[in-house]
Write a protein that binds this ligand. Structure first.
Ligand code: ZN
Length: 332
């Protein structure tokens, strides 16, 4: 097994280009969070710079050069990420990165630019990059990593080779977890809910709060499904007992559950992010109309906003319970 799990076709194509000395100047790696975009870009960077490559052209991952690339601090590998999650990448950051690449001395024969969340680049930032992509210098390669390539400018997209990264299949994750964790600690729940990301699966396994919160949300949906009263719902999730911090874990989970219900209702081919019991998911999806699920999703978002401010949580949560409970009354 190579150093990167999954995405074999993509890696074959990239390494075949490296061996034939036909690497493009710019690649877009498009895929969901946790599908290995940055690991792939760093692995290619390490391979271009490693003095001990194997016959396939792959990095040794042991030498000082490889280790610096993997740690994100090799002088010839320029990585750019939004300063904070959800923030834009300003044009000044792109210009500075490009300027440094001209000024700083280099160690290896290659310069590799890795732009994480590249869709976060403002239009001017993408335009600033365009010239470097259009007329790339020799031995230079750009990796634009993104969850959604359609948010990059058409002019940028048309000058890049696009690859899609795929989530890891469940059995690959299961095997990889076995190498990292004792069998007693591995849960099917983590494998199902990690969205094909090994890193996320490991996070879920080690996260006691995640489990506690998930149990509460499951209990809430099960109570709804069995036609529980308003009072009972208030007992499961009550602002009197729950701190704002706890709500900030629970509410995103309610959103994941609702997202699952919406996808199941429309018959999308998707991997559930909350429900591990598909019979329960599909039964519930039949009861809740997509319009109502979307409305509840919006209410959950509003409630999330309210927990961050000092709004009246009690009133908001009561409305929420009532709305949910109204749905299940139609069951009786
Ligand atoms: Zn090496």
């Amino acid at each position: 097994m190579g150093p990167i799990l999954g995405n074999e076709k993509l890696l074959d194509a990239l390494f075949s280009s490296i061996r034939q000395n036909r690497l493009a100047g710019c690649y877009i790696l498009e895929g969901a969070k946790g599908t290995g975009k940055r690991s792939i870009a760093r692995f290619v960077a390490a391979s271009l710079l490693c003095p001990n490559r194997n016959a396939k052209g792959e990095a040794c991952l042991q030498c000082p050069s490889c280790r610096r690339v993997l740690a994100g601090n090799h002088i010839d590998v320029f990585e750019l990420t939004p300063e904070e999650k959800g923030k834009r990448i300003p044009v000044s950051a792109v210009r500075e990165m490009l300027r440094n690449s001209y000024v700083l001395p280099c160690e290896g024969d290659w310069r590799i630019f890795i732009l994480c969340d590249s869709e976060a680049m403002k239009k001017e930032a993408q335009n600033a990059l365009l010239k470097s992509i259009e007329e790339p210098r020799d031995q230079t390669v750009f990796f634009l990593l993104t969850a959604d390539a359609s948010r990059l400018l058409p002019t940028v997209r048309s000058r890049a080779v696009k690859f899609k990264t795929e989530p890891l299949p469940k059995d690959v994750i299961r095997e990889a977890l076995k190498e990292n964790k004792p069998a007693s600690e591995i849960s099917e729940e983590a494998i199902l809910l990690c969205g094909g990301s090994l890193g996320r699966a490991l996070e879920i396994l080690g996260d006691a709060e995640f489990h506690a919160a998930r149990q509460v949300v499951l209990k809430y949906f099960e109570a709804l499904f069995s036609g529980a009263s308003f009072t009972k719902l208030c007992l499961i999730v009550s602002p009197a007992e729950w701190s704002r911090a706890k709500f900030s874990i629970i509410l995103p989970m309610v959103k994941l559950a609702l997202r699952d219900l919406i996808c199941a209702h429309f018959g999308f081919d998707f991997s559930p992010e909350f429900f591990t019991n598909s019979a329960f998911l599909h039964d519930f999806a039949e009861i809740i109309s997509p319009t109502e699920a979307i409305r509840l999703y919006e209410m959950t978002e509003a409630l999330e906003g309210a927990t961050e401010q000092n709004a009246n949580l009690y009133a908001m949560l009561s409305t929420f319970h009532l709305r949910f409970q109204k749905l299940t009354q139609s069951l009786a």
